[in-house]
Design a protein around this ligand. Structure first.
Ligand SMILES: [Zn+2]
Ligand SMILES: [Zn+2]
Length: 166
């Protein structure tokens, strides 16, 4: 069903419920800024080979055993590891103003464009349309889903899907 892109795995501190909330908040940003489905690892019971990349969240001074293990497995299996950039590299997209906190990309002129404005977003994880997407909580993972697909899902299930307005 979510076939348009292989999800990324997010690893980081997950020992306490507060850690997991913090990690999920970072996962929202990865989904929002990179246009990727993001599975948040809360234990080492995942296979890194199922993911397109492993994003590492490292709040200052925290060593997370689960994250260290999964990051090591990613290196072993050749899965790309993406660490958060320095806070000093954060910059807003010159076209849409979305602030890039995860991995700012500058072109040869020093201009910043987000994944969407570079035309590189994979689109809605459900229908594949290249439309505006928002991170939506799908069974605990964040998926970039377009508004029409969210509405269809809500009508079908009678649930309201958590969606944070950027
Ligand atoms: Zn943009
Ligand atoms: Zn859609």
């Amino acid at each position: 069903m979510y076939a348009s892109s292989t999800p990324a795995l997010l690893v980081g501190p997950c020992a306490t419920p507060a850690d997991v909330d913090d990690l999920r908040a970072y996962g929202f940003d990865v989904c929002d800024q990179m246009g990727l489905s993001v599975v948040v690892a809360t234990s080492d019971d995942v296979d890194v080979r199922d993911f397109s990349a492993v994003y590492v969240y490292e709040p200052t001074g925290r060593v997370a055993p689960v994250a260290a293990l999964l990051e090591g497995e990613a290196y072993l299996h050749g899965v790309p590891v993406v660490r958060q950039q320095s806070v000093f590299q954060a910059a807003a997209c010159d076209a849409c103003a979305q602030v890039q906190t995860i991995a700012t990309v500058r072109n040869e002129y020093g201009e910043v464009f987000c994944v969407d404005c570079r035309g590189l977003a994979a689109g809605c994880a459900h229908c594949g349309d290249d439309t505006v997407t928002r991170p939506v909580d799908v069974d605990g993972a964040w998926a970039p889903i377009c508004r029409p697909c969210v509405e269809v899902a809500e009508r079908a299930t009678g649930r309201t899907y958590a969606e944070t307005v950027a």
